[in-house]
Design a protein around this ligand. Structure first.
Ligand SMILES: *Cc1c(COP(=O)(O)O)cnc(C)c1O
Length: 417
């Protein structure tokens, strides 16, 4: 007799042809706007046209005084650190687990990323920050991993107690918030990616948010130059004399990417509301499945649902390895169930273990990271299964089948042992 499990020859639970999740959602309105942009301008050196529209829109959406677009989230992070006056030898406390670009620009500033242990949900653990603070510590950078806001109340309190700057990487969490306050507005400045799968996407791109004029002028100086610098940095400002060159980089967004992002921005809250609906359904279903634990969302925390994350509990399934469980999910056709890859604890990355190969003489040398240094983050990463969250009502059926696939494997796990 064959098994009911697809991995063992049974019928797959999900039969719809994939891919089952595509982002950003592009429709005829998006296409028309991009086509119109092709005729309007494909290079915008100043703060005008679609770039100004997008920045104005972001300022309004986040309720901040300044939004500056960039070519990528990585560029936005680079500009944010430089604008926050992170200097050579300075230390910045960053979550041990995040996409590496949250911290990698620090190497280019000859500053030191100091990795901090996370909570099981992957967000930086405020209780582990204080022990890392030295006289060289300047800032704390916070990622809201998979779109779940980090504990900003405690993090801001620690930062204030030690006179540290708070910075945020909101790349997973556009529109997410805590008690009505949006992610990206808790510190001096924040950086966001507009890359492919991010909740707000232009395909490529990024932006920096700040309420602080000086930080804004410094972001302009690092990421832009000439036209923007000449018009946006006031005469008499110490940076005004550098306007022609900026800091020598050029990190501006492509107008077609800005057009996509601007189109998406108007729909972001709709996407998030739709995701919340499907996430509520999925959470209810998946929470009942032995072997899986759904990441908790405390009261008042509104995630972007960049990912719905599950902790796999092999002990509840006779020790079935996560690789096998995941393989069985994919065999069921539930191909969007994913194990995080490159977004891993950074002590596992050569750049963080041995940066001096790439950055000779880098002051990082007194911090060497090895696998095993961050047991909470590493355990959580190794046991995580995540799912993108759909936003359309018609995707509920797909969500239903995904949940059924997971339930089926859990129920029949003995056949896989
Ligand atoms: C995607 C991402 C980045 C980098 O953004 P790019 O636009 O790809 O350069 C940085 N941090 C986090 C958390 C990200 O997810």
């Amino acid at each position: 007799m064959t098994s009911t499990l697809a991995l063992l020859g049974g019928r797959p639970e999900v039969t719809a042809v994939g891919p089952h999740f595509e982002w950003p959602p592009i429709d005829d309105t998006t296409r028309a706007k991009v086509a119109a942009q092709l005729d309007a301008a494909v290079s915008i050196p100043g703060r005008s046209g679609i770039v100004a529209d997008l920045e104005d829109g972001l300022q309004e959406y986040f309720g901040v005084r300044h939004a500056v677009t960039t070519s990528s989230g990585t560029a936005a992070l680079h500009a944010t650190y430089w604008a926050a006056r992170i200097r050579p030898g300075d230390e910045v406390i960053v979550p041990a687990w995040t996409f590496h670009a949250t911290a990698s620009p620090l190497f280019h500033l000859r500053a030191v990323p100091v990795l901090c242990e996370t909570r099981p949900d992957g967000n930086i653990d405020p209780n582990r920050v204080e022990e890392l603070i030295t006289p060289r510590t300047r800032a704390i950078m916070v990622t809201h991993l998979w779109g779940k806001p980090a504990d900003m109340t405690d993090l801001v309190a620690v930062a204030n107690a030690h006179d540290l700057v708070v910075l945020e990487d909101g790349s997973h969490a556009h529109g997410a918030g805590i008690a009505g306050q949006k992610v990206g507005t808790f510190g001096l400045a924040s950086a966001f990616s507009l890359n492919g799968p991010k909740p707000l996407s232009g395909g490529e791109g990024g932006f920096v948010l700040t309420d602080d004029d000086d930080t804004y002028h410094r972001v302009i100086t690092l990421a832009h130059y000439n036209k923007r610098a000449r018009t946006e940095i006031p005469e008499g400002h110490p940076l005004a004399r550098y306007a022609v060159t900026g800091a020598g980089l050029k990190l501006r967004i492509h107008p077609l990417a800005a057009a996509i992002a601007y189109d998406q921005l108007a729909r972001l809250d709709g996407y998030l509301a739709g995701r919340a609906e499907i996430a509520r359904y999925l959470t209810g279903q998946l929470a009942r499945i032995p072997g899986l634990e759904v990441t908790e969302m405390p009261q008042g925390v509104v995630p972007s649902w960049y990912g719905l994350t599950l902790t796999y509990k092999p002990g509840e399934l006779g020790g079935l390895p996560i690789e096998k469980f995941h393989q069985a999910l994919v065999a069921e056709g539930a191909t969007e169930f994913d194990r995080p890859g490159s977004t891993c604890p950074m002590n596992q990355l050569p750049l963080y273990q041995h940066p001096t190969m790439l950055f000779p003489g880098h002051p990082h040398s007194h911090r060497r990271y090895e696998p095993g240094d961050f047991p909470v983050a590493e355990h959580a990463h190794a046991h995580m299964i995540k799912l993108p969250v759909w936003h359309r009502e018609q995707d509920l059926e797909l969500a239903e089948r995904y949940a059924r696939a997971a339930m089926k494997i859990s129920e029949h796990h003995k056949e896989l042992l």
